[in-house]
Design a protein around this ligand. Structure first.
Ligand SMILES: [Fe+2]
Ligand SMILES: [Fe+2]
Length: 298
């Protein structure tokens, strides 16, 4: 189990600029509520297993993101960026914890996520042998992936709308915060290394690793659940339909993906201000409803 919190080193690091706060990055309390969960929580088994595979990768992945930024943060003198780093660490720590809770809950005797943990742990050991520049470049590339997927989920909420309430809150919350902090690792990398060739190289490697590992984990989970996932015509049809949705996602994100390779690219060039305004409001309403301060008519 991996959980992270902002350490005393992080706090000490920002002490001289204690009055500087991140303008745009808010650390919200976790929105995942532990309720009874079925391993299929979307219409198609394919989509449920894909989201679960992504969730399985988050605790260790986000721990790694934080580490790669912490490795070099003492070289950052800009107080605003230091404040953003602290907020980034706070958000990623909460994400890791929430997805850890989800992973623990959905795991069962017939649905194994734990074997992925061992594989990720091995991969993390390998990544930690790389130079701080390469480690951070890997984080920058992965953060671009998470921001792209987050943007797609919020812009096309078809998928979110079919999730149970607690799962919808988890994914909306995570997506909003991924967009809020999408520039942080990038700005740290540019401030210290600004190496374009490495950034491009790492994106190529991460693309292959990210796509193949998620495809393999999803395939593995589908196979574990094959009696239900692949055993009847209706499920097969829903899986094919959601394969179409995934193809749409890949095609529509292609321009944002390719933009990353441009020399003058910056995450802020992808304007998601209106999207954020809408979904931040949605999160606030969800929080009020959960606290019982707002009645919602059916
Ligand atoms: Fe995250
Ligand atoms: Fe992130």
């Amino acid at each position: 189990m991996n959980t992270m919190t902002a350490s005393s080193t992080d706090i000490a690091m920002i002490a001289p600029q204690a009055r500087v706060k991140s303008d745009n990055i808010t650390i919200r309390r976790t929105k995942f509520k532990s309720l009874d969960l079925n391993k299929q929580y979307t219409k198609s088994a394919l989509m449920s297993h894909l989201l679960t595979a992504l969730s399985a990768s988050f605790p260790q992945g986000e721990h790694f993101f934080v580490e790669t930024v912490r490795n070099v943060r003492e070289q950052i003198s800009d107080p605003q960026l230091q404040a953003d780093i602290s907020a980034f660490i706070g958000q990623e720590s909460m994400h890791a914890r929430a997805h850890d809770q989800f992973n623990e809950q959905i795991q069962s005797n017939t649905y194994h996520l734990k074997k992925f943990d061992a594989l990720f742990a091995q991969e993390m050991i390998r990544l930690r042998t790389l130079s701080p520049r390469r480690q951070l470049a890997a984080t920058v590339a992965l953060e671009h992936f998470t921001a792209m997927i987050a943007g797609y989920l919020l812009k096309h909420p078809r998928l979110i709308q079919q999730l149970p309430e607690n799962m919808a809150s988890l994914w909306i919350w995570h997506a909003v915060e991924e967009i809020e902090h999408k520039h942080v690792a990038f700005d740290v990398y540019q401030s210290i290394f600004a190496n374009l060739a490495q950034r491009r190289r790492s994106m190529r490697t991460i693309t292959i690793g990210f796509l193949t590992s998620n495809a393999m984990m999803t395939g593995h989970l589908l196979w574990q659940d094959r009696k239900h996932s692949l055993g009847n015509i209706k499920q097969l049809w829903l899986n094919v339909r959601d394969l179409g949705l995934l193809t749409h996602m890949v095609l529509s994100l292609l321009p944002e993906y390719l933009a990353f390779y441009r020399e003058g690219f910056h995450p802020a060039q992808i304007d998601q201000t209106r999207l954020l305004t809408h979904w931040r409001r949605d999160l606030m309403v969800r929080a009020l409803v959960e606290d019982g301060n707002l009645a919602v008519s059916a």
